[in-house]
Design a protein around this ligand. Structure first.
Ligand code: FMN
Length: 344
């Protein structure tokens, strides 16, 4: 039996399989099943920054004068803000009415006394408004790390890439003021200079980057001739984008990498590790085939390591990253060459 342990965000995981933030990580029962199936860690379902703003009154002590500008800032957001995307709006009208931030904190406490694997809390955010004080509450509740799912769709015609870079940096600075636990960023691949942005962010005090968050994509229903919901779960071939960028970024960034999207088999787990991941996140596979699939991923990785005589993950992690291969250009090829077409 090989040693599958890995270090991710400074946490020691018994193996690199991490359950992604999703509805499945919203119950103690599921998380206990994930632990029993062998998961190395779990990322909790995200709360939205809007919810923190919505409930800020309950959390900001009005006797603390130093926090009053923050309180006013939050009120301004509530009064003036147009919600940035449909998902957040839906969340506010449905989920937030039934769930409270206190429940989120209580849930973290409950998990910490009932499971042993690291618990990574998650916040969905799109702005650098002053919601970040809540990160401290998450830390106090006992979360081992915090993942910030920052999905800013670069669709504003007035904003340059530099403007967006500033927004990312501001969010990190704000959150880092409040916490000492490791912070990971789950980022989008929508970037005009992805390597530059990710390397810069990786050196700004964060512990890890998750490649990538999966956007909600609208579709079109040609029968009703209206906008419809695109496919929510990933497909097996969706891992290729994360694989390429993991391999390109590995060894260049100043923090850990977790690869996410399209991980449906142990073979893909192995590929991500060879590309340079510290951890591999899964969600859709568990929706489609059940939480027990985690065991297949762990067993498959173990078997592959035995077959290839690897005792530890560090012996092969990043072996096929761009920095370590003889012909780095293969990872940057984007054109289909005629000889590869082979499809009639
Ligand atoms: C039903 C569902 C809910 C999700 N909710 C969140 C969320 O709250 N926060 C987040 O960062 N990602 C969320 N995700 C995205 C997953 O964490 C993951 O990034 C995405 O599904 C791609 O990974 P996969 O191919 O393994 O599914 C959700 C995914 C699904 C399917």
């Amino acid at each position: 039996m090989a040693n599958l342990s890995t270090s991710y965000l400074g946490l020691k995981l018994k193996n690199p399989i991490v359950v992604s933030s999703c509805e499945l990580t919203n119950s103690l029962e599921n998380i206990q099943k994930m632990e029993a199936a062998g998961a190395g860690a779990v990322v909790l379902k995200s709360i939205f920054e809007e919810q923190i703003v919505f409930e800020s009154d309950k959390f900001i002590d009005s006797s603390d004068a130093s926090l009053s500008p923050m309180k006013k800032g939050l009120q301004d957001i509530l009064d003036n803000r147009s919600y940035d995307y449909v998902e957040a709006m839906e969340y506010m009208t449905n989920f937030a009415k039934e769930h409270t931030l206190k429940e989120y904190l209580d849930f973290i406490k409950l998990l910490k006394s009932n499971v042993k694997i690291p618990i990574i809390a998650s916040i969905n955010c799109v702005s650098a408004y002053d919601w970040s004080f809540f990160a401290k509450r998450i830390q106090e509740a006992g979360a081992d790390a915090l993942e910030l799912n920052i999905f800013i769709l670069p669709s504003d015609i007035t904003k340059t890439s530099a403007n967006y870079d500033e927004m990312y940096k501001k969010i990190i600075q704000d959150v880092k003021r409040f916490v000492t636990i490791p912070v990971a960023l789950k980022l989008s691949y929508y970037s005009s200079s992805l390597v530059h942005r990710f390397v810069e962010l990786s050196n700004s005090g964060i512990a890890g980057i998750v490649l990538f968050n999966k956007p909600y994509n609208p579709d079109i229903d040609i029968h009703k001739i209206e906008i419809s919901t695109g496919k929510i779960l990933s497909s097996e071939s969706d891992y290729l984008r994360s694989l390429r960028w993991t391999a390109i970024l590995s060894g260049r960034v100043g923090c850990d990498l977790a690869s996410s999207t399209g991980v449906h088999s142990y073979e893909t787990v192995v590929k991500m590790l060879l590309a340079g991941s510290n951890a591999v996140q899964v969600a859709s596979l568990l929706y489609e085939k059940g939480i027990g699939e985690i065991t297949h991923l762990v067993d498959g990785l173990n078997k592959w390591m035995d077959e290839h005589n690897f005792n530890t993950i560090d012996e092969f992690r990043g072996k096929l990253s761009q920095k370590n291969i003889e012909n780095p250009a293969v990872l940057e090829r984007v054109q289909f060459m005629k000889s590869y077409a082979g499809i009639n």
